[in-house]
Design a protein around this ligand. Structure first.
Ligand code: SF4
Length: 188
């Protein structure tokens, strides 16, 4: 549910809605029991009308295929509505500890910049980017690493105006070398 709320929406906007949502509907069964309009109303502040529809589809799927229990590691999560490649990796990593990268555009941007690859909207599907992301999460703390990369991309390696002068990766980063940010950071 959190992943669905975070789609194309900032975390600080999601936080109060997520809190209200989980207080009102602490279980899948409680979601399934309320009128659909209650869920739509709770999600309304986040915008994007399709979000509520997707969430309701997910709840229906959990009711019809899982009897409203949480899926287990043996289950294939991809048929669950709203679970694409990114959500599948994130969920399997968070829930079952599988070393899968949460490869969204933020992680792809960071990988492309450090490795000197061109970055674009489809970079998260690039084979080389996927391979590097897979290497990154080969660690006992892959869940922490996924979250750390998300935070790092939002706070330091930002889409516009990355803070190369404060970045611990600056000496290894191709983007910083090409854009002259290495010199800028060393002079500070
Ligand atoms: S040096 Fe700059 S571009 Fe490179 S990873 Fe750090 S913030 Fe991103």
């Amino acid at each position: 549910m959190a992943e669905m709320m975070l789609r194309r929406t900032k975390a600080d906007q999601v936080e109060p809605v997520y809190r209200k949502f989980t207080e009102a509907f602490p279980t899948a069964a409680s979601c399934a029991a309320v009128p659909r309009r209650s869920i739509k109303k709770l999600l309304a502040p986040l915008g994007l009308k399709w979000r509520a529809a997707h969430m309701l589809e997910t709840i229906d799927h959990l009711r019809d295929h899982y009897a409203l229990r949480a899926p287990s590691q043996a289950d294939n999560l991809r048929p669950i509505p709203g679970v694409g490649e990114y959500a599948n990796s994130m969920l399997r990593n968070r829930l079952f500890g599988e070393p899968l990268p949460a490869l969204d555009s933020n992680m792809a941007r960071l990988i492309c910049r450090v490795s000197g690859l061109n970055f674009g909207p489809e970079s998260r599907r690039n084979r080389v980017v996927k391979e590097i992301a897979g290497e990154l999460v080969r660690t006992a703390r892959s869940a922490d690493l996924n979250l750390a990369v998300l935070d790092f991309s939002a706070l330091v390696c930002k889409p516009r105006s990355p803070l190369c002068g404060q970045c611990p990766l600056v000496s290894k980063c191709q983007y910083a070398a090409v854009s002259g940010k290495v010199h800028a950071s060393r002079e500070r």
